[in-house]
Design a protein around this ligand. Structure first.
Ligand code: RIB
Length: 302
């Protein structure tokens, strides 16, 4: 059966240290615990789609190391179609060095490894997957030209194209916007993309309206505990976040996006799919790690 969702993006092994607080520059800090778990924004989103009821294929790269085998296996056991995950000889897999503090905030350093070698040609080899999909999801942990090509191809094929602009350090190329149906930044990404400082619903609305002016189809800005804001040409709608006690916010955004996409392909209307993604993300922040924190459909109340 062809996958209804295709994720084009990164796979990382996450090396996670927990400490009471994040270290300052030049500081050595004793931590509380360490663990290694599969992550990467692309892979997390693919796992979220699979666990939350959608069929999904992933296009991406791993290195020819033990992490690469583990990353591929982690997706395979969840039912993600891994036939388009290629192994790059002589290159390490992507790695993320993550520190999580006692208040559940994190900081992340990423080494791209094989993710950095995902070219437009690599994606083009799996064009049949794109053709068969309903939704194509990209993030920004693979080369920009590959994201650009995939967005354009998805749009040309008439698919629903979602760009999670993470991590974002500045504005997106102007010619990307017309190819994006849903742009899904968090607060800091919305600010980097729009130039509007996002602190609350009102500033998020202004940032979203700016991103619509630039050409995005619709914008969903995730605001953590403040919920999410959908901004469209017709207006805006706020979705409050379920109240939870957060332990680790790593992959919360990925879980939201995977849940949103899984909801859409399962036939939920847009607002229902956003609320579904939020419920999944809320559960994920009560658990540690990236992929281990992503819930299964059966865990979510109807
Ligand atoms: O979004 C969370 C992810 O960001 C982590 O799993 C890490 O790999 C980084 O890519």
């Amino acid at each position: 059966m062809s996958a209804k969702v295709v994720v084009v993006g990164s796979l990382n092994m996450d090396l996670v240290a927990r400490a009471q607080r994040l270290p300052r520059a030049g500081e050595t800090l004793p931590g509380d615990s360490f663990f290694t778990v599969p992550g990467g924004k692309g892979a997390n989103q693919a796992v979220a789609v699979a666990r939350l009821g959608g069929s999904v294929a992933m296009i991406g790269n791993v290195g020819d190391d033990a992490y690469g085998q583990q990353l591929r296996q982690a997706l395979h056991v969840e039912g993600v179609d891994c036939g388009a995950i290629e192994t790059c000889p002589g290159v390490s897999s992507g790695v993320a060095l993550i520190t999580v503090d006692a208040s559940s905030q994190n900081c992340i350093v990423i080494i791209a490894g094989g993710n950095g070698l995902l070219t437009p040609q690599s994606v083009q080899r799996f064009d049949a997957l794109l053709q068969a999909a309903e939704i194509i999801i990209c993030q920004l942990e693979v080369p920009a030209e590959t994201v650009a090509w995939t967005l354009a191809r998805g749009h040309e094929l008439g698919k629903q194209v979602i760009l999670n602009p993470a991590p974002a350090t500045g504005p997106l190329p102007a010619d990307w916007f017309a190819h994006i149906d849903y742009l899904t930044p968090n607060e800091s990404e919305a600010e980097a993309l729009s130039g509007v400082a996002v602190t609350d619903q009102d500033s998020a609305r202004r940032a979203g309206e700016r991103l619509l002016q630039l050409g995005a189809g619709k914008v969903i800005i995730t605001l953590g505990a403040q919920g999410a804001l959908l901004v469209t040409a017709q207006g805006h709608r706020h979705f409050p976040a379920p109240v939870v006690q957060p332990l680790d916010t790593t992959a919360a955004g990925d879980t939201f996006i995977g849940g949103f996409a899984a909801g859409l392909v399962r036939g939920l209307e847009e607002g229902e799919a956003i609320a579904f993604g939020q419920r999944a993300a809320a559960l994920s922040v009560t658990r540690a790690g990236a992929q281990p924190s992503i819930p299964y459909l059966a865990e979510l109340a109807p």
